[in-house]
Design a protein around this ligand. Structure first.
Ligand SMILES: *Cc1c(COP(=O)(O)O)cnc(C)c1O
Length: 378
């Protein structure tokens, strides 16, 4: 179909080559496709507790008012003020995104394009190669740590990143902890790497899962911003803050980078309810702590149970675990779907023997384990 129309040759070759991001299956879609009722979704690393009660109250009050007829504050003044206080940073260094995905797109639009290069790891977040390709930029992919690495199998390999650094790389992207592997980097090593990135190359540190990283391994990346003007940190409200459905994220960077990112940002990229919810979410850190505690506890339980089933579980300090089955995981994925449990297949990440499972509530996790045992026994 894509070859028939003559105008298609006018489309960017990168867009023609692009295979769109395939998100976790929504619960409704499983119901539509397989007629399965009471499905649970452990496929997109959402917060099983949902948003803070403060967020729910603010949304209920605001959504019922007539205010939605007005455009939102395009500058996001109040949210930026909250973020600035939270990180002790100037508002000029903040860029708001419709999710942190939006920020990655701004970075690609400003710093990538034909003849430009982006550097990232294999088994990295799927959005990085897509953002580069959509701009007709070139992707340089460094190998990850090997499957048999004793500490961090499939994790980012900073030595390989360092070897690949070159003056013609526009942007380096890395996530800590990483999705889809759950693996993480130690603060000292990460800072050493950032220090070695040429000042003319931007380094994007994606901290979508930073809240889940144990205290002793959580870097003070905010402090690095003062030392490395080429560093961009991205954060999201989609994971620990429980606002995935509303779409809100942000970046912290040098003001000159924020200025450029804000030039390509749609004037109203965050809607009014997302702005409001993010503001209240940031103010309820006790809710974040509850989510992290539940996650830590349930992750340990799941890991132990999965090990007893003889499965490989990658090290993770995020809100999901990536499970290796030692065989094609597609039939297991299908079996789980038929039992109303939606998890994430990893074939598009070149990990066809793995499934990624978000940590849910205790009830959801138990239901996943029961379904998995049935599927493995079948
Ligand atoms: C989920 C995720 C994000 C955040 O996406 P949003 O657009 O903020 O919902 C960013 N990076 C990684 C690695 C993620 O897994």
């Amino acid at each position: 179909m894509l070859t028939e129309q003559p105008y298609l040759k006018r489309a960017l070759s990168g867009v023609l080559a692009l295979e769109p991001y395939s998100p976790g299956m929504p619960i409704e879609e499983l119901q539509r496709r397989l007629g399965v009722a009471n499905a649970i979704k452990l496929a997109s690393n959402e917060n099983p507790l949902g948003p803070s009660p403060l967020v729910r109250a603010a949304l209920a009050e605001h959504a019922a008012s007539g205010n939605v007829a007005l455009y939102p504050d395009g500058g996001g003044f109040r949210l930026k003020k909250k973020i600035a206080e939270f990180h002790n940073i100037e508002p000029e260094r903040i860029t708001l995104g419709n999710g942190s995905n939006d920020i990655i797109e701004f970075l690609a639009r400003v710093f990538l394009g034909p003849g430009r290069k982006a550097l990232f790891s294999s088994y990295c977040f799927a959005v990085y190669p897509l953002a580069a390709l959509a701009q007709n930029a070139e992707s340089v992919v460094v190998p990850a740590l090997p499957a048999d690495d004793p500490v961090m199998p499939y994790g980012h390999d900073l030595n390989e990143f360092e070897k690949a650094l070159a003056d013609d790389i526009s942007v380096v992207l890395l996530a800590n902890p990483n999705n889809p592997t759950g693996t993480w980097l130690l603060p000292d090593q990460l800072e050493k790497f950032i220090a070695r990135v040429p000042p003319s190359t931007l380094v994007v540190l994606d901290e979508a899962y930073i809240e889940y990283l144990g205290a002793s391994q959580k870097p003070d990346s905010r402090a690095w911003l003062d030392r490395y003007p080429n560093l961009v940190i991205t954060r999201t409200f989609s994971k620990a803050y429980g606002l995935a459905g509303l779409r809100a994220g942000y970046s912290l960077s040098h003001p000159s980078v924020a200025d450029l990112l804000n030039r390509v940002r749609q004037p109203f990229n965050l809607n009014m309810l997302a702005l409001l919810a993010a503001e209240h979410a940031l103010g309820d850190q006790a809710h974040v702590r509850r989510a992290v505690e539940l996650n830590t506890h349930e992750m340990a339980r799941l890991r132990a149970e999965l090990k007893m089933l003889g499965l490989t579980v990658l090290p993770s300090q995020a809100n999901f675990i990536t499970i290796g089955f030692g065989r094609e995981a597609a039939p297991i994925h299908k079996g789980l779907l038929e039992r109303g449990v939606i998890v994430r297949p990893m074939a598009s990440y070149q990990m066809p023997q793995f499934l990624r499972v978000s940590i849910g509530t205790e009830t959801e996790n138990s239901r996943f384990l029961e379904a998995l045992k049935e599927v493995l026994a079948a």
